[in-house]
Design a binder for this molecule. Structure first.
Ligand code: NAD
Ligand code: TDX
Length: 335
């Protein structure tokens, strides 16, 4: 997309949003305004050290039209990452997911509609539900929506709002649905950082059920590169699936983390399974690869996990303040 100088990035103090902000500052000339509510999942420290002349943080709620409209008005394009993002939390209390993921997206869409701004919507493969372990098909852009959890149903709702705003009001939007991300700066409530920081704390990793569930892992850097590619070259109104052919069972991932951290590979606990736990996600990203010539750079999962482990070892001041509260929520959930 020509002429993008100022980006508004919602949720830019979260895991993937902050990775995208760093990517934009390092690889383009654009300036970025981050709009972030700094919920328990947002962390100013994830934006530390970025050029203050090119990156500013505005603390506010995407569902607050008074906060959103002036920022959309002055931006050239909006990239929308902000969300309540954790399935387990959505099973405990769905309301913030309705407010942020549905009403927040609605508020942004009304603003980009009013000001005629380019909009890119970040979503998840979870909108498609799950696959059998032996299903030869993977998710494509044509797979029907079939979300399972309060989290994924609110993400699905937000995607459908975007599609309707494109068709009914001519909003200049694209959508991407990405698989499970890993890498630095991920909140310790999520699977991989929870297990790494557990091992660092001398606690055994916690595997839901038998650990047969499969996730399709992609490094967050590859996700950011894909989003930038879609923003530059994507066709308005289109959806692109982002994935890096990284299918692994949860058991395989826990065993890899344990062995890379010098522990016996069976030194984990099996805990109560997630309610309605999706069995398998798998992305076919052929459209993005053939039409927009994107490909992932992180093809070696073991190397990516080693780097991620090292990052958590070296950045305890970043994650330590989150850890006790995250584990306390799991105690309440019996996990
Ligand atoms: P995260 O929980 O780490 O970060 C979310 C950010 O949004 C936080 O900084 C939080 O403070 C902010 N936020 C929450 N509610 C807000 C509100 N009402 N107004 C403004 N800011 C608010 O999440 P993440 O893992 O970085 O996910 C980012 C996006 O990517 C989400 O839309 C998620 O659905 C999508 N996604 C995530 C993954 C994954 O594996 N993590 C995969 C595919 C898609
Ligand atoms: O302690 C744990 N033990 C465990 O076995 C945790 C926290 C999770 N799990 C399992 C559940 C999942 O099968 O690991 C898998 C990954 O769990 P999460 O990190 O919670 O991710 P998931 O539910 O797959 O959703 C993630 O990917 C899609 C993100 O959190 C979503 O925001 C994104 O849309």
């Amino acid at each position: 997309m020509q002429g993008v100088r100022n980006l508004l990035v919602t949720g830019g103090a979260g895991f993937i949003g902050s990775n995208f902000v760093q990517f934009v500052l390092e690889t383009t000339d654009c300036s970025v305004t981050v709009l972030d509510k700094l919920t328990y999942a947002g962390n100013k420290a994830s934006l530390a050290g970025l050029d203050p002349n090119r990156c500013r943080l505005v603390v506010g709620d995407i569902a607050d039209a008074d906060a959103v409209h002036p920022l959309v008005g002055e931006a050239d394009a909006v990239v929308h990452y902000a969300a309540e993002s954790h399935n387990d939390n959505s099973l405990h209390d769905p309301k913030p997911f309705i407010d942020t993921n549905i009403l927040g997206t609605y508020t942004l869409l009304e603003a980009v509609r009013k000001y005629g701004k380019r909009y890119h919507h970040i979503s998840t493969d979870e909108v498609y539900g799950d696959l059998e372990l032996d299903d030869p098909e993977r998710f494509t852009e044509a797979t029907p929506y079939n979300p399972s959890s309060p989290y994924s149903s609110t993400k699905a709702a937000s995607d459908l709002l975007v599609r309707a705003w494109v068709r009914s009001f001519g909003v200049q939007a694209t959508i991407s649905n990405c698989s499970n991300n890993y890498g630095p700066y991920q909140h310790v409530e999520k699977f991989i950082p929870r297990q790494i920081t557990n091992v660092l704390d001398g606690i055994r990793p916690k595997l839901y059920g038998a650990g047969a569930n499969v996730r399709d892992w992609i490094h967050a850097n590859d996700h950011s590169d894909a989003v930038w590619t879609i923003l530059q070259k994507g066709t308005i109104g289109e959806t692109y699936l982002i994935g890096a052919d990284g299918e692994k069972s949860n058991k395989e991932v826990v065993e890899l983390i344990l062995s890379l951290m010098g522990q016996p590979s069976d030194a984990y606990d099996q805990v109560v399974d997630r309610v309605g736990h999706d069995l398998r996600y798998a992305i076919d990203s052929s459209k993005l690869r053939t039409e927009l010539a994107w490909s992932p750079r992180y093809s070696d999962f073991e190397h990516g996990i080693s780097e991620t482990i090292r990052w958590y070892e070296e950045n305890e001041p970043w994650w330590r303040p989150q850890k006790a509260a995250a584990e306390q929520r799991y105690v309440e959930l019996g996990q």
